[in-house]
Design a protein around this ligand. Sequence first.
Ligand SMILES: [Zn+2]
Length: 252
Amino acid sequence: MDRELACEIVKDLLPLYVDGMVSDVSQKSIEKHLEDCTDCNGVYHSMAFNLEKETQPSEVQDVKRFLKKTKHMYLFYGLSCLCFIAILVCMIVDLAVNKGITWSLIVTTAVIFADALVYVLSVCKKNKGYIAMAVVSIGTFCLLSVIQLVRYYLMDAGTVWIFRFGFPIMLLWLGILWIPMLFRAFFKWNIWDCIAVFMVLTAVGNYITKLITGDYVWNDVLRVHNFMANALGLVIAAFVFFLIGRVKKWRK
Ligand SMILES: [Zn+2]
């Protein structure tokens, strides 16, 4: 065979040869050719070197991913141990001082709440914001209930405020946080419009909170200058965010 033609054929086959995809007969001929031909041998070596370089990063990435995972794990276990010790110390002090579990129950709930939030944020890859909000919602509910339980029933202090004030105000403000997030999730609103809605809802929420606590009666809305100034500021801020959203959209 013409030597030039042989070289062309070998070079054409080299990618398959490097991947180990050629027949035994072809493999032997190619090896024999590579021994005699420095030109083809050079091409073969650069090809094999590039292949090695291509495979290396994925292995490096695997190791990095493993290390990151281990780091997360240790961080979480470390945090859990620390929390456990804190809870234990609080309970011992509580038992010694109050002859029972009282305020340490509040500390325990708060620590578990914080731990759950950290865990969820480190484990979840997608929809972190929504999942964190769900944990915050459930956690707030538990924490308020435990505070009421401990103060009124275990410590004989204060009054029952949770049904009259606690839950209504909690639901109101969780709703104010959730509504813009749900608008973003379901109607694909941009972040600026969501902030604008949040600002307007905050103004409304301030007023309803005052109604719940009994500081205002329903028709005070136009008479309380303090509230009006506050609400006006929030509405103007909302309008500015709304405008930023329009400008961003227009520039696209
Ligand atoms: Zn050759």
